[in-house]
Write a protein that binds this ligand. Structure first.
Ligand code: KMT
Ligand code: NI
Length: 178
């Protein structure tokens, strides 16, 4: 089951996979206000129907853990760093957890980090243009997730340090300013 709370902002390069729970919970309604949608999806049929309703035609499965990198710690660490670097995408991001768990952090309107912890059957939709980041949890260090794509699988991250405000970003900001 999903849990969401404000991140305590006490990250270090050594402890970023820890829970970092500030103790201030965040409701699903609050997430919805910034365009982040959560669904509990129990069956493949439910997943298929959600995908077809939103016109998603493709999907793949990612397995993220050290073993998936043939125990190459450097390659694994580089991937973990890449996912944890604050970024947005030009397209919506949908992730469905099959095994293990992971943290998806999203920025709220005031630029505070909200941490969501996703476990099996949890599906999260991040709108195009929202700044976010991902990490495994210290407890499990493993996730198997379905990535849904409307068209061909594509993963292009626009890192925040680039300061690029493309149309996706500008349009997203308009949707949450109301
Ligand atoms: C993203 O864009 O942040 C990701 O795809 C995270 C990894 S999905 C388990
Ligand atoms: Ni992303």
């Amino acid at each position: 089951m999903v849990t969401a709370y404000y991140h305590d902002d006490k990250d270090t390069p050594e402890n970023f996979t820890d829970a970092h729970n500030s103790g201030e919970p965040v409701s699903l309604a609050e997430l919805e206000k910034i365009g982040v949608l959560y669904y509990n999806v129990k069956t493949t049929e439910e997943l298929d129907s959600l995908a077809s309703k939103r016109n998603y035609k493709n999907r793949d499965v990612v397995n993220l853990n050290l073993a998936a990198f043939n125990n190459d710690i450097e390659a694994y660490t580089a991937k973990m760093k890449q996912f944890y670097k604050e970024h947005y995408h030009e397209d919506e991001e949908i992730r469905y957890i099959v095994e293990g768990e992971g943290y998806f952090d999203v920025r709220n309107k005031d630029d505070r980090w909200i941490r969501t912890r996703l476990q099996p059957n949890d599906l999260l939709i991040l709108p195009a243009g929202i700044y976010h980041r991902f990490t495994l949890t210290s407890e499990l260090k493993q996730v198997k997730a379905v990535r849904l794509f409307q068209d061909e699988p594509k993963w292009e991250a626009i890192n925040r340090d680039l300061g690029k405000n493309s149309a996706a970003r500008t349009e997203y900001l308009e949707t949450i300013s109301a």
